[in-house]
Write a protein that binds this ligand. Structure first.
Ligand code: SF4
Ligand code: SF4
Length: 343
């Protein structure tokens, strides 16, 4: 994160607006990845599942996403799903509009279809492709977005690879190096990021890393970042694996990112995982990255994180006060005064 971006984000927090927005633009996905949190029962926090929400398509989707962006004024938007490439036609309209608004936009996809070459030329637009380990494991988990298909679909793209380290991966010596050897050699790959599998509280998934495995992964990443410059994880970010936030209130990422689902109304809390994530076992790259920024000393022992969190409290209070002072619309019986969504 650049200094100018930190200052802008701070201003946005003080104004009571989360600087980062994550939007699940569709509830559809051609994949059925095991452990996908978006389709888990508790993802939206209530009884409703992502598949049961109404979502938008075509011009309605473009118009309503831009409406949300214009209202929230985020500095950074992540477009996720389902798989956002299900709506690639809409994205072709949406992305130039995001660029014209000066908003950094990141599309997170499985690359099950071709990534339009024009996106590589757009300033402020980045594409993150999720890969679940080396080809044998990935192809089983992520068909039809197999290695073979991804390699064809990214030929003219510029991408960041994001991979989630599971217990199975952590237990195989040399696995991460082999992964980096493969992907860093591709000219289309600008960066590689790793997250660690983050469970829900009380979950017993086989993917969960033991405390020893978390430390081993940390040591391995310290070693690999020197060998593979495309591994875009600074030492202070990797160190955060050892001390994840204790709860969402301490998580700068969760506090500064608003996540909304496919109806563009439902909020996903406390972070993009939804449900009741186990922060003490978190390994999300975004959370670790912002925690590292947060631990940066600004003046004496005062850290950037302490300033961010205090500013967040000020900003939220300010927003509440503004809402309380706003004149209330006169209610009419026959119509809703300010409908949020036209479905
Ligand atoms: S591609 Fe993403 S949204 Fe689709 S099933 Fe896999 S993890 Fe879930
Ligand atoms: S990103 Fe991680 S630390 Fe932050 S709220 Fe979610 S699970 Fe907790």
């Amino acid at each position: 994160m650049k200094k100018s971006e930190v200052v802008k984000a701070w201003g946005s927090i003080l104004a009571g607006r989360p600087p980062s927005l994550s939007i699940e633009i569709t509830k559809e996905c051609p994949l059925r990845c095991p452990g996908c949190y978006a389709f888990e029962a508790g993802h939206l926090g209530g009884g409703t599942k992502l598949k049961e929400l109404s979502d938008f398509r075509g011009d309605d989707l473009v118009k309503n996403v831009l409406r949300v962006v214009d209202e929230q004024k985020p500095l950074h938007v992540s477009i996720v799903g389902g798989d956002p490439l299900v709506r690639y036609r809409e994205l072709e309209q949406l992305l130039p509009q995001m660029v014209s608004r000066g908003v950094h936009t990141q599309v997170v996809t499985s690359a099950f279809r071709v990534i339009p070459p024009a996106w590589a030329q757009m300033p402020l637009v980045s594409v993150v492709v999720s890969i679940d380990g080396l080809q044998p494991e990935h192809d089983v988990r992520r068909a039809p977005a197999t290695y073979e298909r991804i390699l064809k679909n990214i030929v003219d793209a510029k991408i960041t690879i994001h991979s989630t380290i599971t217990s199975q991966i952590a237990s195989r010596p040399g696995y991460l190096q082999e992964f980096l050897e493969f992907w860093c050699a591709r000219p289309q790959v600008n960066k590689v990021w790793f997250s660690l599998f983050t469970p829900q509280r009380g979950a017993t998934d086989v993917e969960i890393l033991s405390p020893e495995q978390r430390l081993e992964v940390m040591e391995e990443l310290f070693r690999l970042r020197v060998l593979y410059p495309k591994l875009d994880m600074q030492e202070r970010v990797i160190k955060e694996i050892a001390t994840p936030p204790r709860n969402p209130k301490e998580c700068i990422f969760a506090r500064t990112t608003q996540t909304i689902s496919a109806d563009l109304t439902t909020q996903i809390t406390p972070c993009q995982f939804g449900g009741d994530p186990d922060c003490s076992q978190c390994g999300c790259i975004a959370s670790m990255g912002l925690a590292a920024v947060g631990h940066f000393p600004v003046v004496g022992s005062l850290t950037a994180g302490q300033i961010f969190l205090a500013s967040d409290r000020v900003g939220r209070t300010w927003q509440k006060a503004k809402q309380a002072l706003r004149p209330r619309p006169v209610k009419k019986v026959e119509a809703v005064a300010f409908p949020i969504i036209n479905s």
